[in-house]
Design a protein around this ligand. Structure first.
Ligand code: DC
Length: 227
């Protein structure tokens, strides 16, 4: 999509793609783009305007007035909307429960994808890891490295449960399942598209997953381009 070297990583909730994409960026000195954060920020913006994300016309109206700033530093990820720092707020359950509503509006996806390409192009960075649901297929289908990161539903629910300490395991599994079902109606992130490498982290710990992803990158680049 630009001269920037792109590592595209897709996967369902709880697959570990955020922590993995971020760690890859740290170790290799890449920028890191969390596209889910943009969908979350738009959902936050719709709610802040007093509207529901279930109302596509309200979502489109919010999109017209969506002033997003998204940082690419894996160690200092800042997300703001209209100058308001929403880095923490976009992770709360109120936004998580509302975000699928914005993600299923086709015009939202088109506009956010334009924003992602512009953010990468304007960054001037040599390399960026981008994570989401449709990065390998829609946002950066020509990326030299495209990976689908998966894990079994049980393992994903358990990892999410650890992140949301104190929450009932069955409730976490149920929320995860609901969001996957809703999100996968829009883009298929369970099956790798042709040419996309599948990394299944069900039986891997974090370090093992990082090594598996770095091996895919090194294989794709012949381990020689210094990225
Ligand atoms: O990865 P995440 O949980 O932060 O994503 C938030 C929501 O945004 C999730 O419901 C799926 C959606 N999303 C999407 O549809 N396409 C992307 N490229 C990234 C996220």
């Amino acid at each position: 999509m630009t001269d920037t070297f792109i590592v595209a990583i897709d996967g369902p909730a709880g697959s570990g793609k955020s922590s993995v994409s971020k760690e890859i960026a740290r170790r290799r000195g890449y920028g890191y783009l969390d596209t889910g954060a943009a969908y979350r920020a738009l959902a936050w913006h719709v709610l802040e305007r007093g509207d529901s994300t279930e109302d596509p016309s309200a979502v489109l109206a919010a999109l017209d007035d969506f002033d997003l700033a998204l940082g690419l530093d894996p160690d200092e990820r800042r997300v703001s909307v209209g100058g308001v720092d929403v880095t923490t707020d976009i992770r709360d359950t109120r936004v998580s429960g509302a975000v699928s509503g914005v993600a299923r509006v086709p015009a939202v996806r088109v506009r956010l994808n334009e924003m992602f390409r512009a953010i990468v192009a304007d960054s001037g960075l040599e390399a960026v890891s981008i994570e989401g649901r449709d990065i390998t297929t829609v946002v950066a289908p020509d990326a030299p490295v495209r990976i689908l990161l998966t894990a079994s539903p049980e393992v994903r629910a358990a990892r999410r449960g650890l992140e949301m300490a104190g929450q009932d395991a069955a409730a976490v599994a149920e929320a995860l399942h609901k969001r996957d079902a809703s999100d996968s109606a829009v883009v298929d992130f369970f099956e790798p598209a042709p040419g996309v490498e599948l990394v299944d982290s069900t039986d891997l710990d974090f370090e093992g997953t990082i090594e598996a992803v770095l091996a895919v990158i090194d294989r794709a680049t012949g381990g020689s381009n210094g990225h």
